[in-house]
Design a protein around this ligand. Structure first.
Ligand code: AMP
Length: 119
């Protein structure tokens, strides 16, 4: 399915719910997380409504590749310091036991100084 009328992230893609947009192209949308866990925290989502990583298959390989190659570019643009001193964390929660709350596939990209992490 291309969009789910009940999905909050589909509504963000459609502009029906406001967001702080970081990036958009024909396949992907990225926006700041409304409740950041880190100084830099944004989400990258496919415009296509895929509920989670559990539904990803070989037909999504190019799309997933786009997400993963966009992440480091946007991380630097959003203020993460360069590797190796800086860097970022990528997280994709999947399903209830994976901690997923919004059931539209998304990649969290988090970075910036975080005093609770050593090293
Ligand atoms: P997850 O637990 O992996 O499903 O994460 C969902 C994330 O979406 C959480 O970090 C929320 O803070 C974030 N979120 C929920 N609603 C919005 C919204 N309207 N705009 C931006 N981020 C949101």
């Amino acid at each position: 399915m291309s969009a789910d009328a009940n999905c909050i992230f589909c509504k963000i893609v459609a502009g029906q719910i406001p967001s702080r947009k970081v990036f958009e192209d024909e396949d992907l949308f990225a926006f700041h997380d409304i409740a950041p866990w880190a100084p830099v925290h944004f989400l990258i989502i496919p415009k296509l409504h895929i509920p989670s990583m559990a539904q990803v298959g070989p037909e999504h390989a190019a799309l997933m590749g786009k997400i993963m190659t966009l992440a480091p570019q946007l991380a630097i643009e959003q203020g993460c310091r360069p590797y190796p001193e800086g860097g970022f964390r990528i997280v994709t929660n999947t399903g209830a036991e994976g901690g997923q709350e919004v059931h539209h596939l998304h990649v969290h990209v988090m970075g910036g100084p975080r005093p609770w992490l050593k090293g």
